[in-house]
Design a binder for this molecule. Structure first.
Ligand SMILES: Nc1ncnc2c1ncn2[C@@H]1O[C@H](COP(=O)(O)OP(=O)(O)OP(=O)(O)O)[C@@H](O)[C@H]1O
Ligand SMILES: [Mg+2]
Length: 487
């Protein structure tokens, strides 16, 4: 039998949900413990907080300051929150009477943690995202729950969102899940290349591996993103209103009539047409300030080169079991919005007709595409996907460093929430409001998480868990891609 590792003794006032422990052994905050209960058997708890109590008064501290040797009495106290035990029907229960004072507290055995938290049924058969924090227990998330019920990944800048998203995409690749990634910084093409071998890979049982055959890259700007295939749209796909949005003419009234007239004329006369055609037709209009302003703005848009007589076909973009990266590096914010809007619309419509495989749609920098305040062209369709996508096997994965600035309706539709370090009070409040089952102490912990540790809720997990994210198999980040690509 595995030897039990005693770390403390239950003392003081004891309830059924929280227990105070004098710590006598080696244990870290956040570790799981087990305590015997007279009626329930072994019960699992978590050491939420450690505190050192001392008898050092202000006066004595001043004596130390003056160079005197002062003896200090101290004890280490721990606060354990009780998680519970599985009854003989397998249901998670909490003891109905308090624990006895004087009971020894042990480090929890892996088998008890897995059984109580309910990690057994999905083991080895889901998205492997890392190890239970402070333990060597691998955590797998249910792939269907991830894709069908939407995911949000939230953290402050540099908190590890993109790294973790890379981990999740690697797992989606292994499970043949078709994926489309909106990649504003060009960070995800590096999924083609293996990461460098590192020491921590051994602990997590990860090996470097690249997925060049699984990654397809598209971009509206193939000058900046030279390896990408061109992503083009036809003008006939877009409405006069959308076009005005693109050139930032938000006060439509004056412009809508001449623009619509010209677009209708060209549609009837030519079918597909170019911005140059549109500019030509408008130039034949009477010479007014309105029309001239339109012509100028459309000429600037023309330089972006996003419109073509043949649009990129969606079944070229989305391919079964592959990851399509929409690289928006170097693309202006208005065009980015339009790309996301058009693409979201096409994915939703075609998925509804089952003309595309079920897929995961990953949206980085989501606050730009679904802002809580103000409008983005892409807001409406993404809201529709968030509320109806699951019926059609179209999953959303929303990533943002400013949770408070993301459309709350959409955030609350995300069944799986993965939260890394967050310190901004507004963002913490948003998270507290939108994530079910978060305790006050978990919210405090979120502020102090080391990079690479995430709080994961939902995705078929019975309770929120802290997870140490596994190392990437593939290279992380955009910067180093060119180096690897040119070798
Ligand atoms: N799980 C991890 N293991 C090891 N290193 C990590 C981990 N997560 C993040 N890092 C490191 O931290 C850095 C920042 O991570 P990342 O790029 O994912 O942040 P981010 O949250 O996406 O930031 P931003 O908001 O700026 O996009 C990375 O360069 C990476 O090296
Ligand atoms: Mg990032």
């Amino acid at each position: 039998m595995e030897e039990m590792n005693k770390v403390g003794i239950v003392y003081g006032d004891v309830s059924t949900t929280e227990v105070q422990v004098t710590i006598t052994g080696l244990i870290d905050q956040g570790e799981y413990v087990q305590i015997f209960h007279q009626n329930s058997g072994w019960v699992l708890g978590r050491l939420d907080r450690l505190e050192r109590k001392t008898d050092l008064s202000v006066e004595k501290a001043l004596l130390i300051n003056a160079g005197e040797a002062v003896p200090i009495q101290e004890v280490l106290l721990g606060y354990v929150s009780i998680i519970g035990y599985r009854d003989n029907k397998g249901i998670l229960q909490v003891p109905k009477t308090p624990f006895r004072a004087g009971e020894p507290v042990y480090k929890a055995k892996d088998s008890l943690i897995k059984e109580t938290i309910g990690l057994e049924n999905i083991e080895g058969n889901g998205a492997y995202i890392g190890l239970l924090y402070n333990h060597m227990i691998p955590i797998y998330l249910d792939i269907n729950a991830l894709v069908q019920k939407h995911v949000s990944i939230l953290a402050k800048t540099g908190g590890g969102k993109s790294y973790l998203t890379g981990v999740i995409i690697e797992e989606l690749i292994k499970h043949n899940v078709t994926t489309v990634v909106i990649d504003p910084h060009g960070e995800y093409v590096s999924l083609k290349y293996p990461a460098q071998q590192s020491k921590s890979m051994e602990k997590f049982n990860v090996k470097p591996k690249g997925y060049p055959e699984k990654i397809i890259e598209f971009s509206p700007d193939t000058k900046t993103n030279r390896n990408a295939k061109p992503l083009k749209f036809t003008l006939s796909q877009i409405t006069p209103r959308e076009l005005l949005n693109l050139i930032n003419f938000t006060d439509f009234r004056a412009y809508l009539v001449p623009l619509r007239k010209a677009m209708d004329y060209l549609k009837a006369a030519k079918g597909n047409f170019f911005l140059k055609d549109l500019i030509n037709v408008l130039s034949q209009d009477e010479d007014s300030a309105t029309v001239n302003a339109l012509i100028n703005a459309l000429s600037i848009l023309d330089d972006e080169g996003i419109f073509s007589d043949v649009g990129t076909k969606i079944d070229e973009i989305v391919q079964n079991g592959k990851v399509s990266i929409i690289n928006l590096k170097g693309v202006s914010p208005d065009i980015q919005e339009m790309v996301v809007q058009r693409l979201s619309y096409m994915l939703f419509e075609l998925r509804k007709r089952d003309a595309l495989p079920p897929l995961m749609f990953v949206v980085e920098e989501a606050h730009n595409f679904i802002p809580q305040q103000g409008k983005a062209m892409s807001s409406k369709i993404l809201r529709t996907i968030a509320s109806e996508g699951r019926k059609f096997g179209l999953g959303l994965c929303i990533i943002s460093q400013r949770p408070a600035k993301v459309d709350k309706n959409i955030l609350s539709q995300c069944n799986t929430q993965i939260i890394l370090k967050v310190t901004n009070p507004n963002d913490l409040k948003t998270i507290g409001d939108s994530v079910e089952g978060l305790t006050r102490s978990s919210i405090d912990e979120i502020q102090n998480l080391p990079v690479g540790v995430a709080l994961v809720t939902g995705a078929s997990l019975a309770m929120p868990l802290f997870v140490e994210v596994r190392p990437r198999e593939t290279k992380h980040g955009g910067e180093s891609v060119n180096v690897a690509g040119s070798k």
